[in-house]
Design a protein around this ligand. Sequence first.
Ligand code: HSE
Length: 338
Amino acid sequence: VRVLLVGFGVVGQSFADLVEHEARKLDHDYGLRPKIVGIVDRKGAAISPAGLDIKKALTSKKQSGTLEGLGHDIYHEGRNGVDTIKDLECEVVIETTPTELTKGEPGLSHVKTAMMEGRHVICTNKGPLAIAMPALMELAHHNGVVFKFSGTVGGGTPILDFAKKCLEGSTIKSISGILNGTSNYILSRMTTEGVAMEDALAEAQKLGYAEADPTYDVGGFDTACKLVITSNYVLGSSMSIKDLDIKGIAKVTQSDIEKAKERGNVIKLIGRVEKVANVAPQEIPMTHPMNVSGTFNAVSFDTYPGGEVTLVGKGAGGKETASSVLRDLIEIRRTFAR
Ligand code: HSE
């Protein structure tokens, strides 16, 4: 499978590294031989139809912040995503550029162009989906391509397909979740260590969990994106982020946290969809299964007749999200085979 990576930040690099290290297993277990024929980042594009030297690409990116270490015949400074998607022969485009929530760009143009060019698309960028998910699903269908976005919700935890496939036959009455690793990390550090919000955010940024624009994490917008994607995918709604009432954690104080503790509760940033959808900090009992710490995510599905089902797992991080991209690629490969 020839793959074009658009975006080469934490997730893109982790995915390239994963594919490099797991090559033998992927071939043996799934008959999957991913060949990365192009990588586009903010500064330019590296292209090689025979397959790029991934070790070299990773080293170059680490040392100079660009892909120029791959050499002048391979690296094209200033070449952008849309043009590369149009020109480079490949089966799958993997879009991992940062989430942007005013217009969803440049991710939205990357995803649309890839679909119109007949490429299957894997997207970890939440912007295009939070803004235009129904239209993108339609565009994928119209162009006969597979559109996968497991990594947009839950990092490496398979929340979307868990709900869609494993809860088949049940009615999902509501979904509540801790969907942002960064704000859960911040609230956990404030609760257990008394660390100030700004310091905890700086830690989360250093660890590579936060969005390029961290107000998306703290302001509740990242949770809102994930709620929109989950609701549309699992419940069949047609929401966009504009339909949600969104409150973040910026106003949560140490004193709020202490008062909640006295009541046997913890404060969590929760996204919830029943008839309407909203995001807000809320108190939950310390004993509740959604009381997870650090960058864990937890999603509770209230189902009929099975009752409450809660899924917990790491919700942010390069390696974790790369594992979702790989799952999506395996599924695309399986679809080809069929
Ligand atoms: N910034 C996001 C988070 C990354 O903290 O959950 C994963 O989507």
